[in-house]
Write a protein that binds this ligand. Structure first.
Ligand code: G3H
Ligand code: 13P
Ligand code: ZN
Length: 333
């Protein structure tokens, strides 16, 4: 048993309370490799933003959970080296799908876990979440739950159709499960294709797809029923069209990739939404930079020469999210 506290990590309780009161959101960035982690920590340290490092099941398979955990521990030391005296870094399990997985993460030094029972029948979701909460709280590990199902299909996170969260269920769910934060469904989804072209309109000036707005009316209803309760938004990548264009101009094929417009995320960040999950945008930044280097220098075969620019591009992206979208810069204690 390793406590996250020994690793210099923090749970999300205080981060969320401060974010709700301060009208900003904490970035939750997924990481799978060293370049992503370096970019996240550099961006957080230089902007003095609390940050959540997320590990998905896909990341565990790709990079190994043990290695990722030690990388997170290393990230705390790296942050200090960058001059961040008391780093506020949480290590979070993204979309945990069983009690056993959540328990193993708690035992292994994670400071926060998500138990995603959103695809289960309501009572089973409550029962599973409660079981995880009872275990995790013994070690002061915070627990995110999910109510409502996101649309979209991605390797490890798949849902056939979107079911918005029902505001009438949230008090009962939060009270009986004991969760610390609640991920809700209001129209976001995972991946780089969040809406079909049929669901969008076309901007006559740019010819770009304009997605339908998020269901802020549902968010408002949820906040009325659970005042001050931490709300989480998954699937919050914006799918920057500059990256899609670079990818497409350098041998890629990502037609009709579309995300959540930044102004909607800005609005969400000012509300009780205190954790915003971003993964796909980092993948796009990485891929765009790598494709560009390899097109411009076809003879290049040193991975540092294309992973380095990819890392720089991700750092720029993370800083942009922190400063221009979530407003979490300067909020670290
Ligand atoms: O929520 C989904 C994250 O983007 C993780 O995706 O399962 O492909 O690692 P992944
Ligand atoms: P995106 O695919 O929009 O980046 O969402 C990531 C996410 O929700 C991770 O849990
Ligand atoms: Zn997610």
């Amino acid at each position: 048993m390793v406590s996250y506290k020994e690793l210099g990590l923090v749970n999300t309780r205080e981060m969320f309370a401060r974010a709700i009161n301060g009208g900003y959101a904490i970035p939750a960035f997924n990481f799978n490799n060293m370049e992503q982690l370096q970019a996240i920590i550099k961006a957080a340290a230089e902007t003095k933003s609390p940050v959540i490092l997320q590990v998905s099941s896909g990341a565990r398979k790709y990079a190994n959970q043990t290695l990722l955990r030690y990388m997170a521990q290393g990230a705390v030391e790296y942050a200090k080296e960058l001059g961040w005296e008391h780093p506020q870094i949480a290590l979070h399990l993204d979309h945990g799908n069983s009690f056993e997985l959540c328990k193993s993460c708690v035992d292994f030094g994670f400071s926060s876990v998500m138990i995603d029972g959103s695809a289960l029948p309501y009572e089973e979701n409550i029962a599973l979440t409660k079981q995880v909460v009872e275990y995790a709280h013994q070690f002061d590990v915070t627990v995110e739950a999910e109510l409502g199902v996101l649309a979209g299909v991605e390797d490890e996170v798949a849902a056939e159709e979107s079911h918005y969260t029902k505001p009438d269920e949230v008090i009962d769910f939060a009270t009986r499960s004991g969760c610390d934060s609640l991920a809700i469904s209001i129209g976001t989804s995972h991946g780089a294709y969040k809406f079909t072209p049929e669901q969008c309109t076309v901007d006559p000036k740019t010819g770009r797809l304009v997605p339908p707005p998020l269901a802020f009316d549902i968010l408002d209803e949820i906040m009325k029923r659970l005042p001050g309760f931490p709300i989480v938004l998954h699937g919050s990548s914006s799918v920057p069209q500059e990256y899609v264009d670079i990818i497409n101009a350098n041998g890629g094929a990502m037609p009709n990739a579309v995300g959540i417009p930044e102004e909607q995320l800005r609005r969400a960040a000012k509300s009780a939404v205190c954790k915003i999950n971003i993964d796909s945008d980092s993948r796009l930044a990485f891929t765009a930079a790598v494709r560009r280097v390899l097109t411009e220098k076809p003879g290049e075969f040193d991975p540092r020469k294309y992973c380095g620019p990819a890392r720089d591009e991700m750092e720029k992206l993370y800083k942009h999210k922190i400063i221009e979208v979530l407003g979490s810069d300067g909020k670290a204690l």
